[in-house]
Design a protein around this ligand. Structure first.
Ligand SMILES: [Fe+2]
Length: 168
């Protein structure tokens, strides 16, 4: 962390972190959608990919509003989360277990994003950047909705299928 002498600098650093994180996610989500066998899970990943592209556009609007260069800062946390998802896909799990494991990996990603956007939203409000705060709140809600949807899918279907498949 270099050159963060003000709240605005700290905000910009966090913004660049999540910008890089979202870009990594646009590469990981298609692979996760392909690896999933449940149609609903595939659709959830594909839908979140589209949403993520919209979230990147929102971040670019924020950069524009701040008159800052649209540039990411390497997000090692997302690199680690994406790497874990990649490892899961290479473990040779049964399709049912893989779906359960993919949801676990995706929810870890969502929780990272919820923490990041929650912080960014609070920083924007603290700095009096109301329009920026509004954009970030929209994305924060999408991340929360995605997390809830994945949670429902795991509890209502995917975990049960994984249990049944492991017993047969
Ligand atoms: Fe996102």
């Amino acid at each position: 962390m270099a050159n963060k002498s003000s709240m605005n600098d700290l905000f910009l650093h966090e913004l660049r972190d999540i910008y890089h994180a979202e870009k990594q996610l646009t590469k990981a989500l298609p692979k996760m959608a392909r690896a999933a066998s449940s149609d609903e899970l595939k659709q959830a990943f594909q839908m979140h990919l589209e949403q993520t592209q919209g979230q990147i556009e929102r971040l670019e609007q924020v950069f524009d509003q701040l008159d800052a260069a649209k540039r990411g800062t390497r997000c090692e946390a997302m690199e680690g989360l994406v790497e874990e998802a990649r490892e899961i896909m290479e473990e040779g799990l049964s399709p049912e277990l893989l779906d359960a494991a993919l949801i676990a990996a995706a929810q870890k990603v969502e929780h990272y994003e919820i923490a990041s956007y929650g912080t960014l939203h609070a920083f924007a409000e603290a700095c009096g950047m109301n329009d920026v705060a509004k954009l970030l709140a929209e994305t924060l809600q999408e991340e929360k909705d995605t997390d809830a949807k994945l949670n429902d899918l795991a509890i209502s279907k995917v975990n049960k299928r994984a249990m049944e498949s492991a017993q047969s």
